[in-house]
Design a protein around this ligand. Structure first.
Ligand code: ZN
Length: 192
């Protein structure tokens, strides 16, 4: 973690982890990729290493992020997909030129057409969003139960009953809030 910047919440699903770089959208929003360098750092965490990023490319990334958030939210609530969001996702997907390659160990790696092509990395994220919004992958899109968060996340649990985007943050906070509410109830005087 770089000093002074909020840390990342790294999930296993690329597209919804990317939308998680802006958290608490309905509360005090936390921007986790406030600078081009932080986008570079985030991409590296997901095997999409780039060696540079311009402010314009960061804008492109944030536009894609909010478009994925809008489309995933609509999909989770079974509303019609917002056309402008779909357009942005499709544009980024079409303009990406990353290739999936196999390592000798049989793992997938992404190879960008050039190390400065943030657009290639965004294309991979956009394609990932297409696959989950289209229901191509095993799982269910849902919205975080925290009222200040409402992040779209991809539930791959067996029972498909996950309630929070992230157990360590939103999940814990909700549990704590419920615990405190119960304590207050228990200590309240019945005559008041
Ligand atoms: Zn959440």
């Amino acid at each position: 973690m770089r000093a002074g910047f909020p840390d990342f919440r790294l999930g296993s699903v690329l597209a919804t982890s990317f939308t998680g770089t802006l958290s608490e959208r309905h509360g005090d929003a936390v921007e986790r990729i406030p600078t081009p360098q932080r986008l570079i750092d985030w991409l590296a965490e997901y095997g999409l290493a780039v060696d540079s990023c311009t402010p314009a490319q960061l804008d492109l990334a944030r536009e894609l992020r909010e478009s994925i958030h809008a489309a995933a939210t609509a999909a989770a609530t079974q509303d019609a997909l917002p056309a402008p969001a779909v357009q942005v996702i499709n544009d980024r997907s079409v303009q990406g030129r990353a290739a999936a390659v196999l390592t000798p160990e049989g793992e997938r790696r992404w190879r960008l057409s050039s190390p400065s092509r943030v657009e290639d990395a965004l294309g991979v994220i956009a394609a990932d969003a297409v696959s989950i919004v289209a229901g191509e992958r095993d799982g269910r899109l849902a919205l975080c139960a925290s009222p200040t968060c409402r992040a779209a996340f991809f539930d791959t649990s067996q029972s498909r009953t996950r309630r929070w985007c992230d157990m360590n943050t939103c999940g814990n906070r909700q549990k704590k809030a419920r615990f405190l509410a119960n304590q207050r109830k228990d200590s309240g005087s019945p005559r008041c």
